[in-house]
Design a protein. Structure first.
Ligand code: BES
Ligand code: MN
Ligand code: ZN
Length: 434
């Protein structure tokens, strides 16, 4: 070998070497190399694994390892980027697979880093209007359709929930629609994201200690943006409509009060008992709108509840929904993506907790089963019979410690799950039709 230096990375037992392990190993190696200012490296593919998914995982892990959070540091002590990573596949019969895999890994890694970059931005630098600009730019670069609803259109359409949450802020809300069109005989899917650019809690204000972390309350919306970027490049045979509700949840003389009743786009009325349960409100309108735009099958993604962190910690994304097959399709996509999920229940009891004396439904239902109560609220805005899954990423969108291939900070969770999921949704229905 002509390499001047060789890095040996412990990868565990040979029989445990999987595609997921390849992602971790590559990411760990790249993070190590960057700290040493190394600019070029090559990595040898393992002959015992399929070259395509293996190369994809390696380049994905390496790309994720390039991200860091210190973008506003003025003294430059940040680790250098790796300029070049060569994937070596000595077997000519496997070369094409390795090449295709590397391309896919780069697309998915970069899309995830886009979501991380957005989630890392502080709220003073990234509000609803700026997020909409980022979406428009993405659409222009990657050939997606983009429609941005401003505050006037949001109000005219009757999105009373988004208007209610946004009214405490001087910065207006936006509803961002990104559409990927293709030749397809299967029903369009809708990806709906919560983008609360900052969540102070509103009049039901949050304690000061962790409040600054709530700049990441737009991670669901960022994941939809990232997924749409990947989908535009990887081109699954299914139409995908991304809908992102972008707003702040702030406090002022205009702010929504606990006890206020709002009318949602669906026509249902909501008693807002707690202004800090704002994500479910804006998602209610976004879900209804996605349906109106033609989505026949839905996945929403949101940093929705602290209760999911109590239930699962930071170890997994909570997944809710119906019917079971649809939910499992999402979970399988997450597994392929290397993102852990856990199936959560939608018990009938949760609906009772949301009874209101004045309106159709209340927006909170007490502490017990809080994540399921939040999901149940959303379910009220999904037509019966419509496949729907809800990903609660409140515990997984941000990591407080460095992981093997993810620096501490925003994780971009959901981007790769949703991108893989589009392919699953394209394939399964086509199978069923046969
Ligand atoms: N954005 C928060 C949820 C959250 C918590 C995200 C921790 C990330 C980390 C959400 O809007 C919220 O405030 N939820 C309330 C709901 C409650 C009032 C029913 C919560 O979890 O306390
Ligand atoms: Mn909140
Ligand atoms: Zn929130």
């Amino acid at each position: 070998m002509r390499a001047p230096r060789i890095v040996l990375v412990g990868a565990g037992k040979p029989e445990d070497f999987t595609v997921g392990r390849a992602r971790t190993v590559a990411g760990t190696a790249v993070r190590f190399l960057r700290r040493r200012q190394v600019r070029r490296a090559a990595i040898w593919l393992h002959s015992g694994l399929d070259p395509l998914p293996q190369a994809a995982a390696i380049i994905e892990g390496a790309t994720l390892a390039q991200f860091d959070t210190g973008v506003y540091k003025t003294h430059d002590d940040r680790p250098a980027d790796l300029d070049q990573l060569v994937v070596v596949e000595p077997d000519p019969a496997r070369e094409e697979g390795a090449r295709a895999g590397a391309d896919r890994g780069r697309v998915l890694g970069e899309a995830t880093n886009l979501a991380r970059r957005l989630a890392n931005e502080p709220a003073n630098r990234l509000g609803p209007v700026e997020l909409a600009s980022a979406a428009q730019q993405l659409a222009g670069n990657f050939g997606l359709e983009c429609d941005v609803l401003d505050e006037r259109r949001i109000a005219e359409l009757g999105m009373g929930a988004i208007v209610g949450v946004a009214q405490g802020s001087d910065r207006p809300p936006r509803v961002i629609v990104l559409r990927y069109r293709t030749e397809s005989s299967v029903p369009p899917i809708g990806l709906v994201g919560k983008a609360v650019m900052f969540d102070s809690g509103g009049i039901s204000i949050k304690p000061a200690e962790h409040m600054h972390e709530m700049k990441m309350d737009m991670s669901g919306g960022a994941a939809v943006l990232g997924a749409m970027q990947a989908i535009a490049q990887l081109k699954p045979r299914v139409e995908v409509i991304g809908v992102i509700a972008a707003t702040e949840n702030l406090i002022s003389g205009h702010a929504m009060r606990p006890g206020d009743v709002i009318a949602t786009l669906s026509g249902k009325t909501v008693e807002v008992l707690n202004t800090d349960a704002e994500g479910r409100l804006i998602l209610a309108d976004a879900i209804t709108y996605a349906r109106r735009l033609g989505a026949e099958r839905l996945v929403d993604i949101a940093t929705l509840t602290g209760a999911i962190v109590v239930a699962l910690g930071h170890a997994a994304t909570g997944v809710f929904g119906r019917p079971h097959d649809w939910v499992e399709l999402v979970r399988r996509a997450a597994e392929v993506a290397g993102e852990r999920t856990w199936l959560m229940p939608l018990f009938d009891e949760y609906r009772e907790q949301l009874r209101s004396g004045i309106a159709d439904i209340a927006n909170v239902g007490g502490r017990p089963g809080g994540a399921g109560v939040g999901a149940t609220f959303l379910a009220e805005f999904v037509e019966p019979g419509m496949p729907w899954a809800h990903l609660d990423i409140a515990g997984t969108a941000w990591t407080e410690k460095d992981l093997p291939y993810l620096a501490k900070g925003p994780t971009g969770v959901g981007v790769r799950t949703l991108a893989h999921f589009a392919f699953q949704a394209a394939a399964v229905t086509a199978d069923e039709r046969r």
